[in-house]
Design a protein around this ligand. Structure first.
Ligand code: AMP
Length: 183
């Protein structure tokens, strides 16, 4: 099954993507993780992306589109994949228009809950983009660039919504129910 996980930063979609990928034995493709790996390795993409990521802005579409296409072309994606954190803009969504997507899962959560979760994570993981200013920017970027994709996928009849302001177990159970209904 080819899935897209959509939702604001801190909505827990990464956690669920990881769990579900293990269960379904398909790759979990996190653009944030791919970009952080590029930064760590000091590649050309990494050098371009580092400051943008730290500030909470979107890395240019051409870079994320290239990374995603490269990753989706790997043989392990043939049996399905979970795309986490891509697309995040309408240009990115258009760039994978030709890729067959079975479902888009939207992780719905209130802004205050998200900020709280991100600030907590800042202490736990020490991510460079988890300071208050960057968190606010990431949320603004989400509202402006990414939120419109919800309607785009709803109109295509692909969207399933999950109340993401609950425990990891409850969300995982919901997710299984949604996907079982898809078979
Ligand atoms: P994440 O780990 O998904 O929260 O992503 C961390 C950061 O990586 C984001 O705040 C962006 O700066 C960058 N990033 C991740 N995915 C994308 C994307 N699809 N397009 C542009 N930038 C992205």
């Amino acid at each position: 099954m080819n899935l897209i996980f959509l939702g604001p930063p801190g909505s827990g979609k990464g956690t669920q993507a990881k769990l579900l990928a293990e269960k379904l034995k398909v790759p979990h493709i996190s653009l944030g993780d791919l970009l952080r790996a590029e930064v760590k390795r000091g590649t050309e993409i990494g050098l371009k992306a580092k400051e943008i990521m730290n500030a909470g802005h979107l890395v240019p579409d051409e870079l994320t589109i290239k990374l995603t296409h490269q990753r989706l072309n790997q043989p392990d994606c043939a049996k399905g994949f979970i795309l986490d954190g891509f697309p995040r803009s309408s240009a990115q969504a258009s760039a994978i228009e030709d890729v067959k997507i079975d479902r888009v899962i939207y992780f719905r959560v209130a802004e205050e809950a998200v900020v709280k979760r991100l600030l907590l994570r800042a202490g736990l993981e020490g991510r460079a983009d988890d300071n208050e200013k960057a968190i606010r920017t990431r949320f603004e970027v989400y509202e402006k660039e990414t939120r419109p994709l919800i309607d785009r996928y709803r109109q295509k009849g692909l969207l399933a919504e999950i109340d993401a302001a609950r425990t990891i177990d409850k969300i995982a159970t919901d997710l299984s129910l949604i996907l079982d209904g898809n078979h």
